[in-house]
Design a protein around this ligand. Structure first.
Ligand SMILES: Cc1ncc(C[n+]2csc(CCOP(=O)(O)OP(=O)(O)O)c2C)c(N)n1
Ligand SMILES: *[C@@H]1O[C@H](CO)[C@@H](O)[C@H](O)[C@H]1NC(C)=O
Length: 617
C-alpha cells in the first residue's frame, strides 16, 4: 500500500507537471491539467519501468489515448529524467520530436495517438501479448478522455478486453466533463460511466481524479484483481488548478494568455509539498526476453505444381500456417471470417497464437498493431478486404505509428460473385496505396501468395495482401523467386504488340486473352506486377517500349486509385506511351463471377477486344 512518502512524491510530481504545462502553455493545457495527478501517480508510484530505457520489453506500457494531452506525457518523461527539462520548451517546433500529438519517434511512445478512440484497442493488443504470448508481468495503462468515449471503437475494445480477461490492462477515464466545443454527453454523471464499464465486464472504480491517495489505492487494487480488466473512472476538472479557467467552457486547446502565466505558475508552485525531490519509478521484473529480430523463412518451398487450381485466399491460409512453424512470433487475427479468409488453417495449427477479434474490424486492426509493438509479434490480421475500409483511420495512424502489421484482405472485386456489392472490395488498392509506409501485395497464384506472406513478415511498414475468392491456376514453379517491387513477365514473344498488366483473377483473364489472340496470330506480353506498391516501373516501361508503347491494364477494382492509375503514374513522364485501362465502373451486383467479369468489361473477351482495338489503330 502507498506510504506517506510516495503520496508526497506524487503530489510533488503532479504539481511539477502542472508547472511545466503552464510555462509551455501551448497545445492543450486544460486537457493536461485534469490528468496531472493520474499521470503523477502512474509514473511515480504505480508503473514499473526503466526510465532510461523506455522501450525495454519488460516495462509497463502507457498509452495516451487522448493524444492531445501530449505535454503531460512529455512532462512526466522529463520528470523521469528521459527528456531534458529545457527540451520541453521546444514543444511542437519543427526540429523537435515533441510533436503536437505523441508518435513513436519518441522511444516512450508505442503507438501514435491523436485520432481519438484508438488507444484502447492498441492497449488491448499489448495486454493480450503480455498475458498470452510473452507471459510476462508487465502491465498496460491507457488514459482516455470522456469526450473520446463517444467513439464506438472504445467500446469494441472494452468488449474485447473483458472477453479475454485482460487483468493486466487498466483504462483510466479522465472525466473532466468537457469536450472540445461543449460538454461531453454524460458530463459528470459518474454512475452512468460506472454502469457502462461494469456492463462491459470491467472491474470499475469511481475515484476523485485529483486525490492522489484515492488514485494510489485504486491502481493498487487493480493489480490484485484477476480475470477482469480494470477501469478507473476519475472525476476531474478540466484546467484543474488554473484560476478562472478550471471547469470553464471555451478553454479547450487554447494557450494561457501570456499576462496570466506568472500568476498561475505562482499558485501552482505554492502547492508543491516536497520541492526538489528526485522521483524514481520502480523497476520492472525482468521476465520478457528481448525480441528475436532474425528473418522468418518458410520451412520448405511452396508445395504446388504448375496448373494446380487454388484460390489465393486458401493459399494464404496454408502459407500462414507454414510460416507459423518457422517462428513463434507469428500470430494471426481475424474478425469472424476465418473460414472465408482461411486464417482458420493457422488457428488449427497454432490455436494459442490465434486471436479471434469478432466483428469489430477497427478494434482488430488496433489490437494487431498493439501486438506488433516492440517487435513482440509478427501479426497478420485478415478479413474481407472491403471491411478494412472501416478501419482506415487505424490504418492511417498505423503509418504514423511506424507499425509493421500485416493486413490480409480476401474477397476482392466483382469476382466474388453472388454475395453482391456489399462484400466486394473495389477501393482497397486506392486506400492502401495512399498509406505512406504500405507495401501492397497482389499475388496471382499459390506460389506467389506464399512468397508474399513470407516477404510481408520481413518487410517494415504496413503490408497489405489482396487475395481472391475464385480458384485459379498455379503459374509459377515452386523455385520461382519473388521480391518486393519486382514484376514478372509471364508471357512474351519477339513480336508482342501490346503489354497487358493484370493481377489476381485479371492476370488469368489476360493469359486467356493471350491464348485467344495467339490463335489469330496476335502476340501480347503479359505482366504480373506482384506488388502494386512499390510498382516495378522499369519492367513495365521496358515492356511497353518493346510493344510499341501500348499498355492495357485490367483490374478487379474501381478505376480510381487502382492498378491502372498506379501504372499511369509510373509511366506518366515517358513520351509515346498509351495506357488503356479496363476496370470496374459503377456499383456492381450479384451474379456468377464470370458473368460479372464480363458485364464489367474485365474478362478475357474484353481484354482481347481492347488489344484488337490497339491493333486497329
Ligand atoms: C477522431 C477525432 N475526432 C475529433 C478530434 C478533435 N478533438 C481533439 S480533442 C477533442 C475533445 C476531446 O475531449 P475529451 O476526450 O473529453 O478530452 P479532454 O476533455 O480531456 O481534452 C476533439 C473533438 C480528434 N482529435 N479525433
Ligand atoms: C463457416 O463456418 C460455419 C460454421 O461451421 C458454417 O456454418 C459456414 O457456412 C462457414 N462459412 C463458409 C464461408 O465456409
Amino acid at each position: 500500500m502507498p506510504t506517506r512518502v510516495v503520496w508526497n512524491c506524487a503530489t510533488h510530481a503532479c504539481m511539477y507537471v502542472h508547472g511545466v504545462l503552464s510555462v509551455s502553455c501551448l497545445s492543450h493545457p486544460t486537457s493536461c491539467c485534469s490528468a496531472a495527478e493520474v499521470m503523477s501517480v502512474l509514473f511515480f508510484h504505480t508503473m514499473r519501468y526503466k526510465a532510461d530505457d523506455p522501450r525495454n520489453q519488460c516495462n509497463d506500457r502507457f498509452v495516451l489515448s487522448k493524444g492531445h494531452a501530449a505535454p503531460v506525457l512529455y512532462a512526466a518523461w522529463s520528470e523521469a529524467g528521459f527528456i531534458k527539462e529545457s527540451d520541453l520548451l521546444n514543444l511542437r517546433k519543427i526540429d523537435s520530436d515533441l510533436e503536437g500529438h505523441p508518435t513513436p519517434k519518441l522511444d516512450f511512445v508505442d503507438v501514435a495517438t491523436g485520432s481519438l478512440g484508438q488507444g484502447l484497442g492498441a492497449s488491448c493488443g499489448m495486454a493480450y501479448t503480455g498475458k498470452n504470448f510473452d507471459k510476462s508481468s508487465y502491465r498496460v495503462y491507457c488514459l482516455l478522455g470522456d469526450g473520446e468515449c463517444s467513439e464506438g471503437s472504445v467500446w469494441e475494445a472494452m468488449a474485447f478486453a473483458s472477453y479475454y480477461e485482460l487483468d493486466n490492462l487498466v483504462a483510466i477515464l479522465d472525466v473532466n466533463r468537457l469536450g472540445q466545443s461543449e460538454a461531453a454527453p454524460l458530463k459528470h454523471d459518474m454512475d452512468t460511466y460506472r454502469k457502462r464499464c461494469e456492463a462491459f465486464g470491467w472491474n470499475t472504480y469511481v475515484v476523485d481524479g485529483h486525490d492522489v491517495e484515492e488514485l494510489c489505492k485504486a491502481f493498487w487494487q487493480a493489480q490484485q484483481v484477476k480475470g477482469k480488466p480494470t477501469c478507473i473512472v476519475a472525476k476531474t476538472f478540466k484546467g484543474k488548478g488554473l484560476k478562472n479557467i478550471e471547469d470553464l467552457d471555451n478553454w479547450h486547446g487554447k494557450p494561457i494568455p501570456k499576462d496570466r502565466v506568472d500568476d498561475l505558475l505562482n499558485d501552482l508552485q505554492a502547492q508543491i509539498q516536497v520541492p526538489n525531490k528526485i522521483l524514481c519509478p520502480q523497476l520492472p521484473n525482468d521476465d520478457a526476453a528481448p525480441a528475436d529480430l532474425s528473418p522468418i523463412c518458410m520451412p520448405s518451398p511452396p508445395a504446388y505444381n504448375k496448373g494446380d487450381k487454388i484460390a489465393t485466399r486458401r493459399a494464404y491460409g496454408l502459407a500462414l500456417a507454414k510460416l507459423g512453424q518457422a517462428s513463434q512470433k507469428v500470430v494471426a487475427l481475424d474478425g469472424d471470417t476465418k473460414n472465408s479468409t482461411f486464417s482458420d488453417m493457422f488457428k488449427k495449427a497454432f490455436p494459442e497464437r490465434y486471436i479471434e477479434c469478432f466483428i469489430a474490424e477497427q478494434n482488430m486492426v488496433g489490437v494487431a498493431m498493439g501486438c506488433a509493438t516492440r517487435d513482440r509479434t509478427v501479426a497478420f490480421a485478415s478479413t474481407f478486404a472491403a471491411f478494412f475500409s472501416r478501419a482506415y483511420d487505424q490504418i492511417r495512424m498505423g503509418a504514423i505509428s511506424q507499425s509493421n502489421v500485416n493486413l490480409v484482405g480476401s474477397h476482392c472485386g466483382v469476382s466474388i460473385g453472388e454475395d453482391g456489392p456489399s462484400q466486394m472490395a473495389l477501393e482497397d488498392l486506392a486506400m492502401f496505396r495512399a498509406i505512406p509506409t504500405c507495401t501492397v501485395f497482389y499475388p496471382s497464384d499459390g506460389v506467389s501468395t506464399e512468397r508474399a506472406v513470407e516477404l510481408a513478415a520481413n518487410t517494415k511498414g504496413i503490408c497489405f495482401i489482396r487475395t481472391s475468392r475464385p480458384d485459379t491456376a498455379v503459374i509459377y514453379s515452386p523455385d520461382e523467386k519473388f521480391e518486393v517491387g519486382v514484376a514478372k513477365v509471364v508471357r512474351q514473344s519477339d513480336s508482342d504488340q501490346v503489354t497487358v498488366i493484370g493481377a489476381g483473377v485479371t492476370l488469368h483473364e489476360a493469359l486467356a486473352a493471350a491464348d485467344m489472340l495467339a490463335s489469330e496470330g496476335k502476340n501480347i506480353r503479359v505482366i504480373d506486377p506482384f506488388t502494386i506498391k512499390p510498382l516495378d516501373a522499369s519492367t513495365i516501361l521496358a515492356s511497353a517500349r518493346a510493344t510499341g508503347g501500348q499498355i492495357i491494364t485490367v483490374e478487379d477494382h474501381y478505376k480510381e486509385g487502382g492498378l491502372g492509375e498506379a501504372v499511369l503514374s509510373a509511366v506518366g513522364s515517358e513520351p509515346g506511351i498509351v495506357v488503356t485501362r479496363l476496370a470496374v465502373s459503377g456499383v456492381p451486383r450479384s451474379g456468377k463471377p464470370q458473368e460479372l467479369l464480363d458485364i464489367f468489361c474485365i474478362s478475357a473477351k474484353h481484354i482481347a477486344n481492347a488489344v484488337r482495338q490497339t491493333f486497329a489503330n
